[in-house]
Design a protein around this ligand. Sequence first.
Ligand code: HEC
Length: 250
Amino acid sequence: MDEQNSTESNLDYQAGRPAVRDGHDSVRREKPEPVAGGNSKVLISWVATAGLVLLMAGGYFNGYSNSFNSSDTFIYPGYVAAPRPLIDGASGPVEQKPWIEDWMADGKKTYGNCIACHQATGMGLPGMFPPVIGSEWVDGGTERLSMIMLSGILGPFNVSGVTYNQPMPAWGALSNEKIAQVMTYIRREFGEMPEGKTGVVTTEMVKVAREKHGKRATPWAEADLLAIPADADLPGAEIDLNTGKPVGKN
Ligand code: HEC
């Protein structure tokens, strides 16, 4: 085949003959047939790169798929929900409920143990069960009150000048927290706290009381209680009514 013919290979085709040149072209275009044992070399760096990409993808998947947990897949750590939208008529930002409200609500529940005798009103039953309203034992120091709560009282017993003589059960089986809550409840709900006092009794205060007086297995007599100064308070930090934490440690 000479140079002149090279552009005219189709003429062979038109003439109905296979062109030698076309045959060569296809041979030159194709890669050699693969042979057993492999003559194709895949670059090790490509394999390594592909492996690395897979590894990173796996790590990313693991880190962000959150095990397909749909409830918080899209919540990033430290997320704080926006306050609820205001309901009709409400104005201003929704304020968080102060700690004392929950503490009092729990105290009220525990006071359910007391209403058979002291009544829901706190007025007691004349001649039988003393009122906790206007009682010097409730308004006074928390140490005496904690002793009454932990071990109970056996009369005769004076409350606001009236003598009672029924057993007051011990409540030491309740947790320190429950005792603290019910003490707080009767002091704030029924008592009259002196100026500057919040009436709050904490779990820590009751713990101190239990360590000091909790071993007593029988109810107190009035004389035992009178031996403690009327204004003796259990030691413990003053509490911030909004946070429930010691004042200044928010
Ligand atoms: C079974 C009846 C009864 C129950 C229940 C009872 N108390 Fe009393 N409580 C008495 C009696 C009676 C006295 C007076 C002591 C006496 O007569 O010897 C008293 C005295 C008191 C006092 C001292 C006096 C006063 O009135 O301030 C307090 C405080 C008190 N109770 C708190 C409570 C609390 C809090 C509860 C519930 C956790 C409770 N009591 C449950 C019968 C009861």
